[in-house]
Design a protein around this ligand. Structure first.
Ligand code: AMP
Ligand code: GLY
Length: 440
């Protein structure tokens, strides 16, 4: 069986490792934007190029007689890579272009929820007129709005009042910038609570959930600083999260199911791939922040590290429409993932400096991101560099493992020491308790 992975970050490294563990011993191929030193040794063949050029990726997939392709990042999904691969008889994990609008257009998703009466959105409006946008922001009130570019902006298209925008003037300026990028503006009421990710495998009919994960978007300890791709994440032994109730979990599951039904009805096409709901638990219940049409990075590192069953069998079942619960099991372990990123990340990262991982004890728990290998040495290229996953019976123990190992990586790097610590988890639990208490 020949499997193609499209993408070359830490998420794709986790995908490659999970495939490599399969007892079916598939041959792994990769089309990536760089030669990931973790993925490379696991592959039969590796092409480096622009994975947004879907004709070139298709040519490689045909040349390598690929049986199943897995698309890692969102950009090729938006460009219709899944459509092209299916047209060439290559079953693909990752939804077709129309379905991928769930991630590529924030207004599409909010309007889909409205049309199908799925009660999970905050108050929102979609604008291409600055005056109307200004009025909506003013009506929501100071510190009560979030402004988003409608399309994909590599994680830079969202600004939250109070965190990134400190006056109506700044908010209006951001709206003008979005319009100048030829994008519509989505404005939402600001939700207060704790965020979590619920990723599901999907074969077009059934959704099979993965363990819940909490990511940390902010660059610095205590959730301060600019938004990033994600500085680290954790999952718990019971596959839920310590600040969530059973009811929260049911609500998030219900929203994912209703959205899958709505999408299928809207386009009469099966959604095959990963459905990743990014939710927030609030005092009024669970609300949707956004959808992604792919594995999360770093979430994939948490969940795939403890996937017990054969990932290749799950992929086969997804593309054949035969997914079932008995094909998917995860070990009952907690995981903590921490990313080491270049000094200055995300706004002005150092680039092209050497990193040294020789002191790391368990290299099996390392995932390479923006790293190049040249003459046997590793160089950080500017984005999130390398992730470490700790796995243990408790979040606390998993955190210790991840923290100890990440400190053994040498280079001009920093990481968030607080992710997965008892102190931060307690804060999360307390925050939800306080919010819920206000509601009674
Ligand atoms: P997104 O790119 O939509 O995931 O947004 C990035 C981050 O902005 C999210 O992880 C949230 O922290 C924050 N955010 C987005 N929408 C909202 C909202 N309506 N209320 C509060 N925070 C939000
Ligand atoms: N963990 C955030 C993302 O993958 O978009």
């Amino acid at each position: 069986m020949n499997i193609l992975i499209i993408g070359s970050g830490a998420r794709e490294h986790a995908i490659a490792k999970a495939l490599h563990r399969s007892p079916q011993a598939p041959k792994i191929f990769c089309c990536g934007t760089s030669k990931n030193p973790g993925i490379k040794p696991l592959t039969e063949n590796y092409w480096v190029g622009d994975i947004g050029r879907i004709d070139e990726v298709r040519t490689k997939a045909k040349e390598w007689n690929i049986n199943i392709a897995i698309i890692g990042p969102e950009a090729p999904l938006e460009k219709g890579l899944a459509d092209v691969l299916w047209q060439n008889s290559i079953p693909t994990i990752g939804p077709k272009q129309k379905l991928a609008q769930l991630e590529s257009s924030k207004s599409f998703t909010r309007d889909l929820l409205t049309k199908y009466k799925i009660n999970a959105s905050p108050l929102y409006g979609v604008f291409d007129d600055l005056l109307l946008a200004k009025r909506f922001i003013t009506d929501l009130g100071e510190n009560n709005y979030v402004i988003k570019a409608d399309g994909l902006m590599s994680g830079k298209g969202v600004k939250v009042a109070g965190d990134h925008l400190h006056s109506f003037e700044e908010a209006f300026q951001f709206c003008s910038e979005i319009l100048a990028h030829q994008s519509k503006i989505v404005i939402e009421e600001k939700l207060i609570g704790q965020e979590f990710s619920l990723l599901c495998f999907c074969d077009g009919n059934s959704l099979i959930p993965m363990p819940l994960v909490q990511d940390h978007k902010r660059a610095f300890v205590n959730d301060e600083g600019p938004n990033t791709g994600g500085m680290g994440s954790y999952s718990d032994r019971d596959h839920s999260l310590p600040f969530l109730t059973e009811k929260d979990l049911h609500e998030a599951t219900r929203i994912n199911e209703a959205v899958l039904d709505a999408l299928t009805f809207e386009f009469r096409e099966p959604y095959i791939g990963i459905l990743y709901g990014s939710f927030i638990a609030t005092k009024n219940g669970v609300r949707l922040i956004e959808y992604n049409a792919r594995f999360g990075d770093p979430e994939a590192l948490n969940v795939l590290s403890i996937l017990e069953s054969d990932f290749l069998a799950i992929c086969e079942a997804m593309v054949m429409g035969r997914l079932s619960r008995n094909l998917v099991s995860f070990e009952n372990f907690a995981t903590v993932c921490k990313y080491a990123v270049p000094n200055g990340y995300p706004d002005h990262p150092e680039k092209n400096f050497e990193i040294d991982i020789s002191a790391v004890h368990n290299k099996n728990n390392l995932y390479f991101g923006a790293v190049d290998e040249r003459n046997g040495k590793l160089y950080a290229t500017g984005s999130r560099t390398i992730a470490v996953v700790g796995i243990a019976d408790t979040i606390m123990d998993a955190e210790q493992i991840a923290e100890t190992e990440i400190q053994r990586i040498k280079g001009q790097l920093f990481h968030r020491k607080d992710i997965g610590t008892n102190e931060l988890i307690k804060k999360r639990i307390q925050h939800m308790q306080d919010l819920r208490a206000c509601n009674v």
